[in-house]
Design a protein around this ligand. Structure first.
Ligand SMILES: Cc1cc2nc3c(=O)[nH]c(=O)nc-3n(C[C@H](O)[C@H](O)[C@H](O)COP(=O)(O)O)c2cc1C
Length: 322
């Protein structure tokens, strides 16, 4: 099967992209990822706090009070330059922020350093009870607008699913100029340790079931939007990769599987995808993409409600046999 695909206007040799993670924090690992077969690499995120407080000073938030903090913006640009020189696939910079401060202008330097695109991780978990959801959405579109003003390269927006009307937000981001959406960021869910009676911030690795929610939204949005869609979360096997494509993803951004099985696992995923495609008679990724997306001419509300009711009915009978 021809694995070539297009993402954010970039021609890629296959749909497997290395997602932002500790593996994309150094050039030698980025080289290994590309040698293992990934078609593009998203570098780890630079945070707005690191841009707003680039030197060690009292204002730097305590969670950046470690060697990776001070001087991070300069080092990030160096990393982009080194990676761009070292690999023959697009290097995508990742910037992580949610406020209306001036950090978005730094994205231009990422572009000048050679980034083929910028992925903005709008990581926001509203904590203030008085903060209306509309304000969070407005800030998201403002951040995207500000990035679009700075950049000529494409902008992808990485989001969590925790919005009350995600589809509408997706549409508004596209109207604002987003060139692609990355669905979904997994959000930090601190672990309560009942032995030590402490709360630890943990980013656990994903499992296949985590792919269901992003796949559902990609399937719902595919026929409604013309921008690129990247799936992220829960790719553990080639079947998960194929399912994302059938839902309508242009690419799949993967981190956990590489962290769990090693960088070489990219080869296993790609060989598996190729074998699956051949077995099912697909000649290209283009033929696969969106094969199981929600058709554009159905009422998505009714469509999903119908599926939900049918699933409940089946479950009702299924579990009665237990
Ligand atoms: C250890 C770790 C570090 C991560 N760091 C970042 C990051 O810097 N920026 C970002 O946008 N996403 C980051 N992510 C999220 C991943 O890029 C990815 O979107 C998410 O884990 C879902 O994909 P997966 O199921 O293949 O892991 C990180 C994930 C892990 C597990």
């Amino acid at each position: 099967m021809d694995l070539a695909t297009t993402y954010l206007g970039l021609s890629l040799r296959n749909p497997l992209v290395a997602s932002a993670s500790p593996l994309s924090q150094s050039a030698h690992r980025v080289i290994e990822l590309v040698e293992a077969g990934v078609s593009a690499v998203v570098l780890h995120s630079l945070f707005e706090e690191q841009i707003e407080h680039p030197t060690p000073d009292a204002d730097l938030p305590h969670f950046f009070d470690h060697p990776a903090g001070p001087g991070a913006p300069r080092r990030y640009l160096d990393l982009i330059e080194e990676c761009v020189k070292s690999v023959d696939v697009p290097v995508i910079a990742s910037i992580n922020g949610t406020s209306r401060l001036g950090w978005t202008s730094f994205a231009r330097q990422m572009q000048e350093a050679g980034a083929a695109a910028v992925e903005c991780n709008f990581y926001n978990v509203p904590q203030r009870m008085q903060g209306p959801g509309r304000d969070v959405e407005a800030r998201c579109t403002e951040v995207v607008h500000a990035l679009k003003q700075e950049l000529d390269v494409p902008v992808a927006v990485k989001l969590t699913p925790y919005f009350s009307s995600f589809g509408e937000l997706a549409l508004r981001l596209v109207e604002t100029g987003a060139d692609g959406l990355v669905l979904f960021n997994r959000f930090l869910q601190p672990e309560i340790d009942v032995q030590t009676l402490t709360v630890a911030p943990v980013i656990g690795l994903s499992h296949s079931a985590d792919a269901r929610l992003p796949q559902t939204w990609i399937a719902l949005l595919r026929e409604q939007l013309t921008v690129s869609l990247a799936g992220t979360s829960g790719v553990e096997s080639a079947s998960d990769l194929a399912a994302y494509l059938l839902a309508g993803a242009d690419v799949v951004e993967c981190a956990s599987a590489f962290l769990r099985h090693g960088i070489q696992y990219a080869t296993v995923l790609l060989d598996g995808l190729d074998a699956w495609g051949n077995e099912h008679g697909f000649r290209s990724v283009d033929e696969v993409r969106g094969g199981l997306a929600v058709p554009w001419d159905v009422d998505p509300q009714e469509y999903t409600r119908e599926g939900y009711v049918a699933a409940l009915q089946t479950a009702r009978f299924g579990y009665l046999h237990l």
